[in-house]
Design a binder for this molecule. Structure first.
Ligand SMILES: Cc1cc2nc3c(=O)[nH]c(=O)nc-3n(C[C@H](O)[C@H](O)[C@H](O)COP(=O)(O)OP(=O)(O)OC[C@H]3O[C@@H](n4cnc5c(N)ncnc54)[C@H](O)[C@@H]3O)c2cc1C
Length: 382
């Protein structure tokens, strides 16, 4: 296997690196929503968003390898992600795959430009891992649907103007056959968003109540009954995005800096622990390169994203646990009140708290293990 890059690829890398250096938002505190929206517009104008999407829908038309270089350089520079990352990672690809031509024209360019920010509404009080149990109902009424129900854990609901919403359109036959996916404007009358504070003090989540929400049938993505298929393909993108988004190289450097600051860098047991995490980070990188190589050679198994998510999210928790332990008493000094203004992930204690969520978001570790067992290892279903 040849892991080196060609001269053209290295030139592309240098161009991306220079661009990020000149354009990256400055300052230590976490950028606000408007600053992130502006950052997204600049990324889009440079052709660095929707890198693999078709050019006719505003994508960058880059190869898989160029996308990988792009991701590496953004991680290297510790540049922030786009505000509309959910739209870019899975809503846009789902519309490109299942949408009508009219839906593609209407939504895809605005997903990339940041003019539309999307939230995702799958989870309900009694339907998280068990999506088949989705209870939110959409009932046909002429050329409209009337939606009633409740969603939980909707990330960025308060900052979004569109909702990627999973509902039940039928109770006949197998539970999965009655699920459908709607593209719903967040300001439709009957949508009530109630924020749920997180342990870090962030207000990223909301409960969303839907009471007699009336949407036109043109808001249906794909066909009625195709919701589970759409969500399954979107979740594959979400899981690989979660795994790829974790920046282990910075984590290793940060652990080394913490060890130096607390005088632990000569201590053999801490050195061994950091070295072990650095090796696991390298293994994750090699895993990513193998997936990329499989993709380039047409051998890609989409369920690999379940394995990657499982390993990467547990590893990031080990990083933050190690950081907090090295800091000792200082590791407990996390101020929930100010964390929403500062970047919680910039402190080990903030990361420790927010990393708890990583093994749950996008499907829990137990569910990923079930997928690995059944879809990759071919073990019998329980
Ligand atoms: C940071 C974060 C962001 C999120 N953002 C969104 C969002 O934007 N939109 C959205 O819709 N949802 C979102 N979620 C919700 C997330 O998708 C769910 O929390 C997740 O799918 C688990 O569902 P649940 O919380 O209902 O737990 P449950 O499904 O009730 O699971 C409870 C426990 O039982 C285990 N379990 C369940 N079924 C099985 C099984 N078959 N085999 C083995 N173990 C099992 C689970 O692993 C878990 O440990 C987010 C969650 C987090 C943490």
């Amino acid at each position: 296997m040849d892991l080196s890059y060609t001269a053209e690829e290295e030139a592309f890398r240098a161009k991306v690196r220079g661009w990020i250096e000149a354009n990256k938002p400055q300052g230590g505190a976490r950028p606000g929503i408007e600053e992130l929206r502006d950052w997204q517009k600049r990324l889009h104008a440079a052709g660095y968003l929707g890198a693999g999407w078709p050019k006719q829908h505003g994508g960058g038309g880059l190869s898989d390898l160029e996308q990988a270089i792009l991701n590496e350089e953004f991680a290297h520079a510790n540049a922030p992600g786009a505000l509309g990352s959910m739209g870019i990672s899975w809503v846009g690809p789902a519309i490109l795959r299942f949408g009508t031509e009219q839906q593609k024209q209407k939504f895809v360019p605005r997903v990339l430009s940041g003019d539309d920010i999307w939230a995702t509404g799958y989870s309900e009080p009694n339907a998280g891992s068990d999506m088949y149990n989705t209870q939110t109902r959409a009932v046909k009424d002429g050329d409209h649907y009337i939606i009633n129900g409740q969603k939980v854990w909707t990330s960025l609901a308060h900052a979004s103007n569109w909702y990627f919403l999973l509902v039940r359109t039928s109770t006949d036959g197998h539970k999965v056959a009655g699920l459908s996916l709607f593209l719903v404007p967040m300001d439709t009358p009957g949508i009530d968003i109630r924020p749920t504070p997180m342990i870090t003090g962030d207000r990223e989540f909301s409960e969303v109540f839907l009471s007699d929400v009336r949407v036109h049938q043109s808001c249906l993505l794909g066909k009625a009954g195709q919701g589970y298929e759409i969500v399954s393909s979107a979740l594959i993108n979400e899981r690989s995005g979660i795994a790829a988004g974790i920046r282990f190289d910075q984590g290793v450097q940060k652990l080394i800096a913490t060890a130096r600051r607390f005088g632990l860098d000569q201590n053999p047991s801490w050195r061994e622990r950091i070295a072990s995490l650095a090796i696991q980070a390298k293994v994750m990188k090699a895993f990513g390169l193998r997936v990329l190589s499989d993709q380039l050679h047409g051998r890609f198994n989409p369920h690999t994203s379940a394995a990657m998510k499982c390993i990467a999210t547990r590893l990031t928790q080990e990083f933050s646990e190690t950081g907090v332990e090295m800091e000792g008493y200082y590791g407990t000094l996390f101020d929930v009140e100010t964390s929403a203004m500062n970047d919680a992930s910039s402190t080990w204690s903030g990361r420790y708290l927010s990393d708890r969520a990583m093994t749950i978001a996008g499907g829990t570790t137990e569910i990923q293990k079930n997928i690995v067992a059944e879809r990759i290892l071919g073990l019998p279903r329980r």
